[in-house]
Ligand binder design. Sequence first.
Ligand SMILES: Cc1cc2nc3c(=O)[nH]c(=O)nc-3n(C[C@H](O)[C@H](O)[C@H](O)COP(=O)(O)OP(=O)(O)OC[C@H]3O[C@@H](n4cnc5c(N)ncnc54)[C@H](O)[C@@H]3O)c2cc1C
Length: 394
Amino acid sequence: MSSENYDVIVLGAGAAGLFSAIEAGKRGRSVCVIDHSKKPAEKIRISGGGRCNFTNVNVHPSRFISQNPHFCKSALKQYTQHDFIARVEERGIEYHEKTLGQLFCDKSAKEIIDMLLDDCETNKVDIKLNTQVLDVSKRDTEFYIKTNSGGMHCESLIVATGGLSIPKMGATPFAYELAKQFGLKIIDPRPGLVPFTFGGELLEQMSELSGVSVNSRMDTGQVAFEEALLFTHRGLSGPVSLQASSYWQLGNEIEVDLALGVDVLELLKEGRKSAPKRQLSSILEGFLPSRLAQMIADQTFGEVRMADLSNAKLEDIAKRVSNWRLKPVGTEGYRTAEVTIGGIDTNDLSSKTMEAKEVPGLFFIGEAVDVTGWLGGYNFQWAWSSGYVAGLNA
Ligand SMILES: Cc1cc2nc3c(=O)[nH]c(=O)nc-3n(C[C@H](O)[C@H](O)[C@H](O)COP(=O)(O)OP(=O)(O)OC[C@H]3O[C@@H](n4cnc5c(N)ncnc54)[C@H](O)[C@@H]3O)c2cc1C
């Protein structure tokens, strides 16, 4: 049976796959991208609340999690956030900086997808959607890819099928399985950028606060983040929780400061002096949302007058607000996780090209690899940077 021949085949039409295909196409390589989904780049479409936080002005290797923290440096240097911003500007996509250097499209994530698809067309990249990859093998210097619509072969194979997050959007362990088939190791994957879940009484309290948001600090013991925290009917979400979740391991405690930048003990002492007859909850409401203030009052000394609280009691209350230690029972898992931590062991890849060290012509890029960014556009930058270097070398 005849099979189609390409210089480069890319598996996965997400951010990393499309970007690598464009770069390979620019070099005059014949390129085909294969995806099992009906539409390309579905995660770009839903990203950043529909506006795609496509990169971050503060990209730095320290904002990426990996067993080898140095691995991401080369790709991030070869294709920087400024390179991607320049492409976005050249395309005429309007964007804005939100907070912490995060860049979002003014209008829609679809503009990024359209840019990538137009760049694929300009560079003669074929895209085959709705296509199942049934088998991959290598003979001599060629890869054979068996799909449900026929056979294909290529000189270079780029695997960009992502991680395990959001299975209902087509996430599969394909990249890990293929890596293992070719003798590469996998760092155990786990959900990242995902809300925390709680149980028992703590969960009941949190559900009562569902919808309440505070500017907070969350410390995992390893690293601390300062951003908004959101109580939900399952536990804790909001950017600060998502960020911390990527560093959290089952069984660990987290410490939360619910009144970021506020000297709580000082304010409580002041309150006792200036308004001794006021209730504790009403003083707490001075710097906390009222439902949260009420809960903290109830959990500490109830509806007492400030005058009746000793210094030791004020210290207990201040600790409860600023050093709240709690143990999540888990996370919401891959169902809602924005990313997958872990993946293909970077020891088995070249950091300059993303090519497997022992399998010439085989490349792994994007989220499939054990490099995971913080919340804030870092994960797309990793997709662009790793895709770029693979596209230059495949
Ligand atoms: C809700 C949400 C919001 C996000 N928002 C942002 C954001 O604003 N900024 C940011 O930087 N990051 C964001 N992320 C993370 C970002 O989307 C990912 O890190 C990025 O999409 C990874 O790109 P990728 O190309 O490696 O993988 P993916 O985008 O996951 O693409 C993988 C592709 O491979 C295909 N595929 C999978 N298995 C197979 C198979 N067996 N055969 C064929 N094809 C297969 C999939 O259909 C998919 O098209 C968000 C993630 C989520 C879930």
